[in-house]
Ligand binder design. Sequence first.
Ligand code: FPP
Length: 248
Amino acid sequence: MVTEVNYNPALPIPNHIAVIMDGNGRWAQARGLKRTDGHSEGLKALKRVVIAAHKMGVKVLTAYAFSTENWKRPITEVNYLMGLPKVLNDEILPDLIDNNVQVRMSGNFDKVPLGTKKYIQNAMDRTKDNTGLILNIAFNYGSRDEITKAVQNIATSVANGDLKVKDISEDTISDNLYTAQLGEYADPDLLIRSSGEVRLSNYLLWQLAYSEMVFTDTKWPDFDEAIMQECVGEFQRRNRRFGAIDTK
Ligand code: FPP
């Protein structure tokens, strides 16, 4: 849980923050609204958080927008979530462009409906030359699916004779994940999950091996710059040892 306030701009800032935007449904239900209203407010919160992260100097923000398991939700909710990339384009993208944000996507793009794909592609095309924060949208993303595909690719290279089994390294696996496109920032430094739930939900299982994790009770639609700063402050108070010992 987040314990103290604020961050120190003079201390290291996480280069890559991954967020699990949880609590939209509960936020809406507590106000007598539809669950989908929570997702709509959640998209606005994402814009606030991206701009706040950009101001702090964060390089990449990966947001879990739709998981490979979210297809199990009622069709009306799935359809609503599939419509959000259009809202992103129409209502959010101009402000992201003003902040030099580049949009990318991680996930199984092939299985995203054409109408949705078009808007994600459009957001990526319109921002491809931007040089600021990368908003990496995890859409139809599942970590086990991602790792399974990586294993298939690697096995194919071995079967073709392009790769020897003894040459398979951790880098070979990282290079075959969707996040390889993020280069040196592929692995998040910080994971934030909102709404009080404490689990990973099939998110970036390989990439989070050495990430700091911060869980906050705030429901995602209430997330804002101040809470983002508290989470980064909590990150700054952690002592990352990556399995080694403290020599200070
Ligand atoms: C989890 O909350 C949230 C989601 C499954 C969707 C999150 C999506 C957004 C915030 C919009 C982003 C969209 C794009 C295109 C960038 P939940 O519904 O599980 O909440 P609950 O646990 O309270 O039911």
